[in-house]
Design a protein around this ligand. Structure first.
Ligand SMILES: *[C@@H]1O[C@H](CO)[C@@H](O)[C@H](O)[C@H]1NC(C)=O
Ligand SMILES: *[C@@H]1O[C@H](CO)[C@@H](O)[C@H](O)[C@H]1NC(C)=O
Ligand SMILES: *[C@@H]1O[C@H](CO)[C@@H](O)[C@H](O)[C@H]1NC(C)=O
Length: 423
């Protein structure tokens, strides 16, 4: 396919630059270019949420038909961490293997501490860097009495509530789980679950729900939005927002990928985007992606003038992660005969097992910045690089305090009126 030729943007650019210079003149200060302070190299390789996120992304994306996958590595890791605390034997060691960093095998207590800290930082940034709705729970079906120590620990360290599933068949269970997710998402109706879940007696179901709307450090102007074509799985009409400013940016010429990091309001988190140079699906980038490469990319970003165009879109997905977690080595937990959840209940033997790991996630890309007094320095924008995201890209939300990976996803398709003529 042809590379994207952002003809519109070339016409549009003067407007962006005017917008940019308006910002520059609004505050009189010396000519020194405003640049965010340099940041220490990202400790990605040493972070279990990035490691789990990338591995999970890889298996999810290797399935045909995976579209707009989105999940929170932090929430998945945290609920597994809680479950790990209630398990023993190989069940426990398989959970631990999933929660390793790629560079070292950290001790269990450090893992718990990191996850608890990241969860705290995440929820505390609510209302500043983003609007967040989230909840996590462990549901149990006709389970033997659950240890209060386990319930307390899961709640205190992993924000995981325990909830019994009411009497009824699988359909009724699903209905209860959906209702719970909707409440957790702040009343927002998540997509239906693609697969069935079978809830036998003794089933434990880990569920997490998250909806996040990022608030930019600097606003994308509402006035500058316009209707464009998003060249995704199908071509659709979408509203795109634009902004020219100083951002951390890197171009990998060899791999033909642009890397952009945009801070969210209050600097408590940032959004990282990976955009292939050319229009096409993300298969090449998905295969290319390793923690080492991502880490290198993020370290290579430099403060640069960038003219960004992004679709205003929601990326949403509802996932059942049994197959994927099994592929990553979590095998014993699902089997009633071998699963060891003796920390969850002392009468667990032959009964308690993992029946599902369900995940609802939604990310909204909108124009707004955060609110409050911000000491925004002037931006001197010169010959901006074009970051024209009218085709699929990968997206990450990372916590700036702990470095944890809050969200990871792909925009393969943007909702909008379908265009029948493929240009
Ligand atoms: C975030 O703040 C909003 C508004 O105050 C609130 O409704 C929501 O429950 C908060 N989310 C979390 C996870 O605390
Ligand atoms: C995304 O979802 C939010 C809340 O559900 C909605 O208000 C908004 O209009 C949606 N944005 C787009 C571009 O569909
Ligand atoms: C977050 O990012 C900003 C720059 O984007 C940096 O100045 C700050 O030190 C970082 N850390 C915290 C904890 O805010």
């Amino acid at each position: 396919m042809l590379p994207t030729l952002p003809v519109y943007l070339l016409i549009f650019l003067p407007a962006l630059l005017v917008q940019g210079s308006k910002i520059s003149t609004s505050k009189k200060s010396p000519a020194a270019p405003a640049s965010p302070p340099p940041r220490p190299p990202p400790p990605l390789l040493d972070d279990l949420t990035w490691n789990l996120g990338l591995r999970l992304h890889q298996v999810l994306r290797s399935e045909s038909g995976s579209v707009n996958t989105l999940f929170s590595p932090l929430l998945v890791a945290s609920s597994l961490g809680a479950l790990g605390g209630g398990s023993a034997g190989t069940t426990a060691s398989q959970v631990q293997d999933l929660l390793k960093t790629s560079s070292s095998s950290k001790a269990g207590s450090q893992v718990r501490e990191h996850l608890a800290k990241a969860l705290k930082s995440f929820t505390e940034a609510n209302g500043t860097s983003f609007h967040l709705h989230t909840s996590s729970a462990l549901f149990s079906k006709q389970a033997p009495p659950v240890s209060q120590a386990f319930v307390k620990d899961s709640q205190a360290n992993f924000r995981l509530q325990h909830k019994p599933l009411e009497k009824g068949d699988s359909k009724a269970d699903l209905k209860q789980l959906h209702g719970w997710a909707k409440a957790g998402l702040g009343g927002w109706e998540g997509a239906p679950l693609g697969t069935e879940i079978q809830t036998k007696a003794g089933a434990l179901i880990l569920a997490s729900a998250l909806r996040l709307k990022g608030l930019w450090g600097r606003e994308f102007s509402e006035e500058f939005t316009d209707c464009r074509t998003f060249l995704g799985k199908t071509y659709t009409k979408v509203v795109m927002m634009h902004r020219a400013g100083l951002y951390r940016h890197h171009e990998d010429m060899e791999n033909m990928v642009q890397v952009l990091e945009a801070p969210l309001w209050g600097d408590k988190a940032s959004l990282v985007l990976l955009l292939p140079f050319h229009v096409g699906n993300l298969a090449r980038l998905d295969k290319l992606l390793t923690l080492e490469l991502l880490s290198k990319w993020l370290e290579s970003t430099r403060v640069t003038s960038v003219a960004i165009s992004l679709p205003m879109a929601n990326i949403s997905s509802t996932l059942s992660l049994q197959k994927q977690l099994s592929a990553l080595g979590l095998t014993d937990a699902w089997d009633q005969k071998v699963a060891d959840f003796s920390g969850v209940s002392d009468k667990s033997k032959g009964k308690l097992h993992l029946g599902g790991v369900l995940h609802w996630a939604s990310l909204e890309l909108a124009a707004q910045a955060g609110k409050g007094d911000a000491d925004l320095e002037e931006e001197n924008i010169e010959k901006p690089k074009l970051f024209y995201a009218d085709h699929p890209f990968l997206i990450f939300v990372r916590d700036n305090v702990t470095g944890a990976l809050l969200l990871m996803g792909a925009l393969d398709h943007a909702e909008g009126e379908a265009l029948h003529d493929e240009l």
